[in-house]
Write a protein that binds this ligand. Structure first.
Ligand code: GA4
Length: 343
């Protein structure tokens, strides 16, 4: 893929993003949630597995989700065309505010990665000038935009289905109590396209420390997502790693372009999985992620009925807007809930 010509500052970047290899194992089975099974007789079993998984790893794969392969492929092709544009063209949609095109810089607080991206809001009325420009500069911007809209509508459906299965199993009434936050017209949800270019061969040399041990190039440093639910789909290039509950063991997630990978969040019961992405030395990785968030004014607190009698909430009450603001003041790897912990 073109459009990513190494310049001098890439040499600095590559040094900052080189991480020694050796910590990730890949022999862990990723839990699978089958939405076709959930629509039939096995619904209860699927619900049970889903909730257990959310309490345990906080990360799972969704299969038989009903989203057309054609749509996923079409959006991937549109994203590729966008990222193939000359840097100067793409930069007309940046710098991210936080929406729009960004490259190397992640968030406003100094995080860097071997990645370029386009961050968009899913609400048509919250399009910043930068993200709007993205659709104007590509030759056939309307079809890009149509693919994004269609895809977001489809994955939002998957996210809502998962949240409804979860609500049913947790006996949350009504069963759309969670999914309605995403369906709300004011839902503060985002959509992100990431491109992790392969590192150019001459730069790879810099990744070999004198000791002979290998390093990998960090595309997106370790972090948790602040939203309610994230739905990720990538092309066939590996790179994603998730962290076990012990906070130290990482494992590589084998890519599967036909499935979605999902992570979720809550009051310590469900885990927001720590994850990171490494660039592949030879192949481009393109991922698309829907981040389902509630309306900005939504109060975030454990739901009635989910707390045991006498159980204390772990966090002070806050709104999604307050939480989001504090997240954007943090670095990628920071623990974002600490600020709201009860002392
Ligand atoms: C992580 C999840 C989403 O990609 C994101 C990211 C956001 C950004 O890239 O602008 C943040 C990051 C994410 C959390 C901490 C802050 C904000 C970068 C960063 C350092 C779009 C989001 O909502 O939070």
């Amino acid at each position: 893929m073109g459009g990513w010509v190494p310049t001098l500052d890439h040499y600095t970047l590559i040094k900052e993003c080189a991480v020694p290899v050796g910590t990730a194992s890949s022999n862990i089975e990723i839990p699978v949630v089958d939405l076709a099974a959930a629509a039939g007789e096995s619904r209860e079993e699927v619900r049970r597995t889903l909730v257990r998984t959310c309490e345990d790893l906080g990360f799972f794969k969704v299969v038989n989700h009903g989203v057309a392969t054609e749509l996923m492929g079409r959006l991937e092709a549109e994203a590729k065309s966008f990222f193939e544009l000359p840097l100067a063209e793409k930069e007309k949609s940046g710098p991210p505010d936080p929406l729009g095109y960004g490259s190397k810089m992640i968030g406003p607080n100094g995080d860097v990665g071997w990645v370029e991206y386009l961050l968009l809001h899913t609400r048509p009325d919250v399009i910043s000038l930068n993200s709007l420009a993205a659709f104007r500069i590509i030759p056939d911007g309307q079809s890009f935009r149509a693919a994004v809209d269609e895809y977001v509508r489809a994955v939002k459906g998957v996210a809502c289905e998962v949240l409804e299965l979860m609500a049913e199993e947790l006996r949350i009434e009504p069963r759309d109590a969670l999914s309605s936050m995403l369906r709300d017209d004011k839902s503060d949800s985002l959509f992100r396209l990431n491109h992790y270019p392969p590192s150019p061969p001459q730069l790879q040399l810099q990744l070999q420390p004198p000791s002979g041990s290998r390093s990998q190039l960090l595309g997106f440093g370790e972090h948790t997502d602040p939203q309610l639910i994230s739905v990720l789909r990538s092309n066939d290039t590996s790179g994603l790693q998730v962290c076990l509950q012990d906070g130290a063991t990482w494992f590589s997630v084998p890519p599967d372009p036909s499935s979605f990978f999902i992570n979720v969040l809550t009051n310590g019961r469900f885990r927001s999985v720590k994850h990171r992405v490494f660039a592949d030395p030879t192949r481009s990785r393109v991922s698309m992620i829907y981040f389902g968030g509630p309306p900005l004014s939504q109060r975030i607190a454990p739901m009635e009925g989910l707390m045991e009698e006498g159980e204390e909430t772990l966090y002070k009450d806050f709104t999604w807007s307050e939480y989001k603001k504090s997240a954007y003041n943090s670095r990628l790897g920071d623990c974002r809930l600490a600020l709201f912990e009860k002392s």
